[in-house]
Design a protein around this ligand. Structure first.
Ligand SMILES: [Zn+2]
Ligand SMILES: [Zn+2]
Length: 333
């Protein structure tokens, strides 16, 4: 099957955009048809191959790039936001996103180099061995995948966005990112779920010290919020549509309960770094150990573990011991 794949469902067309050499393989952008032009929800990396894939998918549908009037991004990650600047330049496309994610980009990503070094310092304080970790590669890769584009409209929770013939309610679902949104077409009971709810994959929730003090707690609250919607059709940003939203949400809750139990079992009165805790946990469905993971995946695994530790700390089950060069956690009696 080709990397590119389209599907029509109630005026919303799925377009797969490639993520070469990435485990996710592709992102689903959604083209929403309208009387006066089209809107695209999420737009892929800002790379030439993604632009070419988008143009050829649009050509198959008989849609010109210039007909894309609006891009709405569910969150600021480069696979969702990356191409927005290019589309604004080439087609004059307007960009909509939640204000909290624009605030992240505006304050931290004007200097990607500095942001990556800041992140590495945070990983090191949590016991991560950064020696074999090529920060420069990551910076180059990320810089090649996105350019900063200021949104034309900053979205708020609960507001209505009309895209073509569809009216979508903005459902703010922070956790995976501070300004993550889902878009809900109440009339068709169709939810564009971004990375908030994915099939098979547990969305990455990381703790980075300078943002939400309890991102996992925030994410779980956002899951409960989406469960209330009663959506029948769920179109995620990666993989296939989800048939059973309530069931998938329950699986995600169960996954985090299980993870929390594993982490608590590794803690006692001895202070341990996040890295030490992470290295004792099973990863990738117990296939490989923490040490066997590639360095980038290991860094994600560490900040996911930190998100759990901070969620335990928010409920006074764990305490954090902050030293200038090392952060450690221990179980409270
Ligand atoms: Zn994401
Ligand atoms: Zn994504």
């Amino acid at each position: 099957m080709s990397e590119l794949y389209t599907r029509r469902a109630s005026g919303i067309c799925q377009i797969r955009l490639p993520m070469h050499d990435h485990a996710l393989r592709y992102i689903n952008a959604y083209l929403v048809e309208g009387d006066d032009g089209y809107a695209l929800v999420d737009c892929g990396w800002g790379t030439p191959d993604v632009l070419a894939a988008l143009e050829s998918a649009l050509a198959e549908l008989g849609v010109g790039l210039q007909s894309i009037r609006t891009v709405v991004v569910t969150h600021f990650h480069s696979d969702h936001y990356g191409l927005a600047g290019t589309l604004a330049r080439l087609a004059g496309t307007r960009l909509f996103m939640h204000h909290a994610d624009w605030a992240v980009l505006d304050s931290r990503f004007r200097d990607i180099d500095r942001e990556m070094h800041r992140r590495d310092a945070w990983l090191a304080r949590n016991g991560f061995a950064t020696a074999d970790y090529a920060a420069d590669d990551r910076i180059r890769r990320l810089a090649g995948r996105m350019s900063l584009q200021r949104p034309d409209r900053e979205l708020e929770d609960g507001e209505l966005v009309t895209l073509g013939t569809h009216a979508f309610r903005v459902v703010w679902t922070p956790g995976h990112s501070p300004g993550h949104i889902c878009l809900y077409d109440e009339e068709r009971k169709t939810l564009l779920s971004g990375d908030h709810i994915l099939p098979q994959i547990t969305p990455h929730i990381g703790y980075w010290s300078d943002g939400d003090p309890d991102p996992l707690g925030t994410f779980l609250t956002s899951l409960a919020k989406v469960a209330e919607l009663g959506a029948k059709h769920v179109l995620p940003a990666h993989r296939e549509p989800i048939d059973d939203l309530a069931g998938r949400i329950e699986e995600l809750f169960a996954h985090h309960r299980e993870r929390e139990a594993q982490i608590l079992a590794e803690l006692d009165g001895t202070p341990r770094t996040g890295n030490e805790v992470a290295s004792r946990l099973p990863w990738r469905r117990k296939i490989s150990s923490f040490e066997e993971l590639p360095a980038t995946e290991r860094s994600f695994a560490l900040v996911e573990t930190l998100a759990h530790l901070e969620h335990l700390r928010a409920r006074a089950l764990v305490e954090r011991i902050d030293a200038p060069d090392l952060v450690r956690y221990r179980k409270l009696p």
